[in-house]
Design a protein around this ligand. Structure first.
Ligand code: NAD
Ligand code: MG
Length: 360
């Protein structure tokens, strides 16, 4: 089997470290480049014999230089947009963990993907599950996609109770161990909002046909409803190495030493409705997605600013959703013709959110 050269962006993060573990254990995978945002990575480069190493800046020159077969985009936030568009435009396989780039750049990304003609393989566990349930199905046989949500650490809480939660409370995810930003997004359900928009762009399904349901044990990673009433689901223990391995090994599905579900022990497969009044960032994402244009970009940008402020202890938990709602009210959301327009829309929403956070 020919060696697959992987450019790993966000190499020092939660996804990045798990990806290195997988790549190091497979003869058919080779790291050709690594990148981080600010953490030093020279030592990591030496350890893995990687010559293309970069800290910060745009990923484009690194990607041009290293000639990857696969770009694993595990950068957090809008900062991942350059790499996503580079891979899609150049027809290089994109293993996408960085959901924010697809949310913000939706239309531009789909157009670049059409021109480039490469593979776009989701790493997000729900979307990896959907991708696998959808493979080879006729589009008109699909009734809806069903995204599962763990509900996060605050499932069952009231708005009043959420007013006083701490940073540590928000970071204590019940089923997944992840980076700080996505952990807070999981606590507010903004993560599920981003995933809703991500699913729309990945699979070309209208928002009205994408359901979200709470499933506290995270065993069912997502489901597809077909028009004959059948539901196909993807089950497994919550372990990101499975979708990372699936994307890097596609279509071979190599072995992963993850814990097996013990069916004879019985599975806890409870599902429940999302409490959208207590977690308004999910319905706000749906509204931004339906509005289209740069509304999803603004949603993402304001959320990034608010989450950072929450993690710095500058605002309370409930102000995250307030900030995003206020930013969405103030932007016009007109479509981006190109990356410059998108960067401008992102900057505008950030500055609206920042102004709201800094008392006059
Ligand atoms: P993390 O915070 O643990 O790591 C983020 C990585 O991005 C770090 O290596 C950091 O150096 C790098 N980075 C930050 N800013 C950068 C910049 N400007 N340029 C280049 N690199 C930059 O985050 P994570 O939990 O690994 O998540 C990464 C992405 O994967 C996010 O988009 C997240 O939503 C998505 N994701 C993560 C998980 C998970 O289990 N952690 C699951 C599904 C999806
Ligand atoms: Mg996910």
């Amino acid at each position: 089997m020919p060696v697959r050269r992987v450019a790993l962006l966000g190499a020092t993060g939660s996804i990045g470290r798990q990806a290195i573990e997988i790549i190091s254990s497979r003869a058919e995978l080779e790291l050709c480049a690594i990148m981080s945002g600010s953490q030093p990575i020279a030592a990591l480069g030496l350890e893995h014999g990687v010559s293309h190493v970069q800290v910060g800046g745009s990923a484009v020159s690194l990607l041009d230089a290293c000639e990857p077969d696969v770009v694993l985009n595990a950068i957090v936030g809008f900062a991942g947009v350059d790499a996503t568009l580079w891979a899609l435009e150049n027809g290089v396989t994109l293993a996408l963990a960085n959901k924010e780039s697809l949310v913000a750049a939706g239309e531009l990304a789909v157009a670049a993907h059409r021109r480039g003609g490469g593979l776009l393989l989701p790493v997000d566990s729900e979307h990896s599950a959907l991708f696998q349930c959808l493979e080879g199905r006729a589009p008109d046989s699909i009734e809806s996609l069903v995204l599962t949500a763990s509900g996060g650490p605050f499932r069952g809480r009231t708005t009043e109770e959420l007013a006083s939660v701490t940073i540590a409370d928000a970071l204590a995810h019940p089923t997944w161990s992840m980076g700080r930003k996505i952990s807070v997004d999981s606590a507010t359900l903004a993560n599920k909002g981003l995933e809703l928009i991500e699913a729309h762009w990945l699979f070309g399904v209208p928002y009205a046909s994408i359901e979200v349901v709470v499933h506290p044990t995270s065993i069912v990673h997502s489901l597809v409803r077909f028009r004959d009433g059948a539901l196909l689901a993807h089950l497994g223990t919550p372990d990101m190495r499975v979708p990372i391995s699936f994307a890097l090994g596609y279509p071979d599905r190599p072995a992963v030493a993850t814990a097996r579900l013990d069916l004879a022990q019985g599975l806890d497969l409870r599902f429940e409705a999302v409490d959208e009044r207590t977690f308004p960032l999910l319905p706000l994402a749906r509204a931004a997605g339906e509005q289209g244009g740069t509304a999803p970009c603004a949603y993402n940008a304001a959320n990034e600013v608010a989450v950072e402020a929450f993690l710095d202890g500058r605002i309370g938990f409930l102000e995250i959703a307030d900030t995003v709602a206020a930013a969405l009210d103030q932007v016009d959301g007109s479509p981006a013709r190109d990356l410059d327009d998108l960067v401008a829309a992102d900057a505008e929403a950030r500055s609206i959110a920042q102004r709201r956070l800094v008392p006059a």
